[in-house]
Design a binder for this molecule. Structure first.
Ligand SMILES: *Cc1c(COP(=O)(O)O)cnc(C)c1O
Length: 400
């Protein structure tokens, strides 16, 4: 059976061993430098790039193996790994845009992405319009002659909104606009934006792909009729190689190892998240729950079409920010932490953590209201997660 015919779970586990050693775990090539034996020098002069090993900022065999695996899992035609999720996002944008170009981006994106769009992009002569991309008409009204990129997230923090990918792709492609989607909150096990026509998918591999809270990394994948087939190799040589944010071989190895259990982890994490979301929705001390797998979610229809399961991310609103913080400080099993996507349940209060640097009015327009608590649900037993959360909710009004 060719690996192409395998189910996603089998594809996640399987990769071909290294040719020389038949090592089932692909080796870590912990080498910055490579020796130009035989005619390698002549091949490089003649234009060889990935076919030979040159220098690890330009590429490394362990990184290439990780890229090959992720291209397969995302349904992309190619993948480029980067030092972080933010490096994937910035390199994808710098690989397409030039001064004077216009971007339409969702109003609600990851905090560092939002800050780039809202402040830093202008320093490079880029123009940005931030709109609610669940409203296709609003996106259409924001497009101009200069628009080159439409940028959304598959599931957007912290209200877990899910934009209608097919409708947005249709609108953008009719005008030759490239659609970029950050798939971090979903992971390839829950959403494959390329299947809905998205040209470029960016993802923080630090989160669900790696899944163990032990390595920072990012990936860009391509499947496009607008961008040329060699676009990602051009980004590797002309953007990443010049701006200098390659993935380290050791992190590539950790992330490749983590990706092998992606389907298994997410199956459990989505089931746990759904059970926790249902429990919280019925809880008298919880004002509102945001989870794309619940029929009460405003984008439930898009979620049903685009997501396999409801994902592992949810948020809920309690009375005020102080109660939310006290709730998280009372948790014993779940960890109060910045990041997400790992085996363990981690939680944070977005308004005063990830979005702290964003002015409160801007934050509220993004749906980042005070008293919102975000959970990245892990693989612990659901009864233990619920008991921990219930006990913390019971104590959230008590001074510590
Ligand atoms: C974490 C995150 C990023 C940035 O990834 P890093 O690996 O931390 O650089 C980008 N987008 C989303 C949605 C994220 O959660």
């Amino acid at each position: 059976m060719s690996p192409k015919e395998l189910d996603f779970a089998s594809q996640a586990v399987f990769y071909t061993p290294e040719e020389h050693s038949q090592s089932i775990s692909y080796p870590i090539y912990m080498s910055a430098n490579f020796q130009y034996d035989g005619d390698i020098y002549d091949q490089i002069v003649a234009g060889a790039r990935k076919e030979v090993n040159i220098y690890s900022r330009c590429g490394n065999p362990t990184e290439y193996k990780f890229e090959e695996h992720i291209a397969k899992l995302t349904g992309g035609t190619a993948c480029l790994a980067t030092a972080s999720g933010m490096a994937a996002i910035s390199h994808a944008l710098f690989g397409i845009l030039k001064a004077g170009d216009h971007i339409v981006a969702d109003l609600t994106t990851y905090s560092s992405t939002h800050e780039f769009f809202d402040h830093r992009a202008q320093d490079f002569g880029l123009k940005v319009s931030l709109v609610d991309c669940t409203d296709v008409r609003a996106v259409e009204n924001a497009l101009t002659e200069e628009t080159k990129v439409l940028y959304v997230e598959a599931i957007a923090n912290p209200t877990m909104k899910v934009p209608p990918l097919k409708a947005l792709v249709e609108l953008a492609h009719a005008r030759g606009i490239v659609v970029i989607c950050d798939n971090t909150f979903a992971s390839p096990a829950v959403c494959r934006p390329h299947d809905f026509g998205v040209d470029v998918v960016v993802e923080s591999a630090t989160k669900f792909i790696g899944g163990h809270n032990d390595a920072v990394g990012g990936v860009i994948t391509l499947k496009s009729d607008i961008l040329p087939p060699d676009w990602l190799e051009d980004v590797r040589w002309n953007t990443l190689n010049k701006l200098g944010a390659p993935l380290s071989p050791f992190n590539a190895w950790l992330l490749l190892r983590g990706a092998q259990t992606l389907a298994l982890r997410l199956e459990k994490q989505c089931a746990n998240a759904l059970a926790l979301a249902k429990h919280l929705e019925a809880h008298p001390r919880v004002r509102r729950v945001f989870y794309p797998g619940l029929p009460s979610h405003p984008n439930y229809a898009s979620a049903k079409e685009q997501l396999r399961g409801g994902g592992a991310m949810l948020s809920f609103q309690v009375d005020d920010e102080a109660s939310g913080v006290r709730l998280l400080k009372r948790l014993q099993l779940c960890s109060f932490a910045a990041s997400l996507g790992g085996l363990r349940t981690t939680t944070q209060v977005p308004a005063t953590m990830a979005f702290l640097d964003i002015p409160s009015q801007e934050r509220e327009a993004m749906g980042v209201v005070d008293g919102l608590v975000r959970f990245s649900v892990g693989i612990e037993h659901i009864d233990d997660i619920i008991a921990d959360v219930d006990s913390a909710i019971d104590q959230m009004h008590m001074e510590i």
